[in-house]
Design a protein around this ligand. Structure first.
Ligand SMILES: [Ca+2]
Ligand SMILES: [Ca+2]
Length: 341
């Protein structure tokens, strides 16, 4: 293409983009406490879409981007988006690489949006990361999300194949060893960036997200002492939701010894109540499942007895004493920790 033709194409595209942007409803969203905007957001390494270059090179995606599957929506790219732009699809999970801009369409408006993941650590910082989003509909507004993490990881995923949106996940080690992750996406009206907190940390593994199972998240609960639990989540219409029935305990060692005879609810093979069970004094139990990512959010715990049968106890949390109660009694009055003398 000649220089003059290229000039006219770019100028025309710029005018159309600016005109379209003037009609787009770009509402700046307030930020949650956990995601304060830093004072000095880093410069985008590529010009935001729609500002000066409506047709950027399509090779800006991370170099280790997985091969698109046959049903990846890269093959169903809306007309108007440059080749290589991420628009969504089954099992989409692209890890963002620090310092590299990714072209995508996170709000499904067929305008190019760009994401930049950056390590913004300074001397004396813990590891400090930020994702900055520049949407084609609002090129003058940037939204950013920051996190502190020993290993900063961020991904683009597509939790709902039918809603036209993408989600951006950023891991965060959280405060006081309370790991969590954050998710950004555009709201259903396509105007504001929503930010959700996900309990637990998402482990960097080969496929951290699949359409069927969501992403695996690991948390630490104060239920039955301090125990790691894991589950799978996705972002639903109203925010984070489990794709499994609850949180599974991962490392319970030799189990917990009952300090006295206890009663619990016996569960049948389908996990349904099937009468009353007695846990004998001295019997060892292993926690299996709970419904909350932390003791204060759990309402029950499923325990496996020595004979393999499963029972359930109600969990409540005393907000004044911070005690975890099992069937109304403090948990350590019921059970002795595995490593407790
Ligand atoms: Ca867009
Ligand atoms: Ca989607």
């Amino acid at each position: 293409m000649s220089t003059i033709k290229r000039f006219f194409v770019i100028t025309l595209a710029l005018m159309l983009t600016l005109a379209a942007a003037s009609f787009a409803g770009c509402t700046h969203n307030g930020r949650p406490d956990a995601a304060e905007k830093p004072e000095k957001p880093p410069e985008m390494t590529a010009a935001p879409a729609g500002e000066t270059d409506p047709l950027p090179e399509a090779s800006a995606a991370p170099t280790d981007e997985p091969e698109p599957t046959s049903d990846n929506a890269l093959d169903q790219r809306p007309v108007g988006l440059p080749e290589g732009t991420v628009t969504g699809g089954a099992d989409l999970c692209i890890e963002l690489v620090s310092g590299e801009t990714v072209n995508c369409d996170i709000d499904g408006d067929e305008r190019l949006d760009t994401l930049l993941f950056n390590d913004i650590s300074e001397a004396g910082d813990d590891r400090h990361f930020m994702v900055t989003v520049s949407r084609g509909a609002c090129p003058d507004e940037q939204e950013s999300l920051e996190a502190f993490s020993i290993e900063g990881h961020a991904w683009i995923v597509d939790c709902d194949l039918d809603d036209g949106r993408l989600e951006i996940i950023l891991t965060d080690d959280g405060e006081s060893g309370d790991p969590s992750s954050s998710v950004m996406r555009v709201d259903a009206a396509g105007k504001e960036i929503e930010i959700f907190r996900i309990p637990g940390v998402i482990i960097d593994e080969e496929s951290p997200f699949t359409s069927e199972n969501g992403f695996r998240t690991i948390s630490e609960t104060g239920l039955m002492g301090s125990q790691f639990i894991e589950s799978h989540m996705r972002i639903g219409a109203d925010g984070p939701e489990l794709t499994e029935e609850g949180w599974r305990f991962t490392e319970v060692g030799a189990g917990y010894e009952a300090r006295k005879e206890l009663t619990a609810t016996l569960l049948d093979n389908n996990g349904e109540p099937a009468g009353e069970a007695v846990i004998a004094k001295g019997e060892r139990v292993r926690p299996v499942l709970t419904d909350g990512e932390y003791a204060r959010r759990s309402t029950y715990v499923v325990l496996e007895l020595e004979d393999g049968s499963r029972v359930r106890m109600d969990v409540t949390f005393n907000e004044e004493t911070y005690q975890v109660m099992l069937n109304g009694e403090e948990q350590f009055a019921c059970f002795r920790l595995p490593d407790e003398g």
